[in-house]
Design a protein around this ligand. Structure first.
Ligand SMILES: [Zn+2]
Length: 198
């Protein structure tokens, strides 16, 4: 029977995605064994993140500055905007390094089941960015799930009136596939072969 403190650490870690109680215990055990080297670095990293994390007012990315590193990077293509459901998708796409433009995070997807309506997502701010002008292409990079595709169709309709090329990721995406779980090659292929919405 572990002490209350160790139990608390294990249950906090167990809540992390992909861990679960068993892996969390192994992580705790590893931390205990390697406390001299591992704990100070972990504590410093966690503290720094807690102190500095902000949501980008422009795109919804999470970074340590606002506007985020992507929005404030002058080398990024200002004419190209990639719309994603979540920050995890933004990070996954950006790891592929194929997309040189900027992003817009919706903060979820439309869902009748969960009662998520257009007003619940960052759609007004997306339309605002497009309305400001200077954007030639909007890539709808929703997940290949029913709700993701419903969201993409809805957005395509709302964006129709603007002089834009509206594209979406190619059908190379596995049905039901979540961007964050795809390997970078598959993701890069889907992005490279993106096609007009229609
Ligand atoms: Zn940003």
């Amino acid at each position: 029977m572990a002490s209350q403190e160790i139990e608390a650490l294990a249950s906090a870690l167990a809540r992390l995605p992909g861990l679960g109680p068993r892996s969390a215990r192994r992580a705790v055990l590893w931390l205990v064994k390697n406390r001299e080297q591992a704990l100070p670095a972990l504590l410093t990293a966690l503290g720094a993140v807690q102190d500095t994390l902000v949501e980008c007012d422009t795109c919804g990315n999470v970074d340590t500055r606002n506007p985020c590193g992507i929005c404030s990077d002058p080398r990024r293509d200002q004419k190209s905007l990639c719309v994603v459901e979540d920050v995890a998708d933004l990070w996954a796409l950006d790891r592929s390094r194929l997309f040189q433009g900027r992003y817009h995070v919706l903060g979820g997807k439309l869902s009748a089941l969960d009662g998520v309506r257009p007003d619940d997502l960052n759609i007004a701010s997306l339309l605002g960015r497009v309305e400001e002008g200077g954007i030639d292409e909007v890539v709808l990079a929703m997940n290949a799930t029913l709700e993701g595709q419903t969201t993409a169709h809805y957005l395509a309709e709302r964006l129709e009136k603007f002089p834009l090329r509206i594209t979406q990721l190619a059908h190379g995406l596995p049905v039901g596939g979540e961007l964050d779980y795809l390997d970078e090659g598959t993701l890069a292929q889907a992005l490279r072969a993106r096609r007009p919405v229609g």
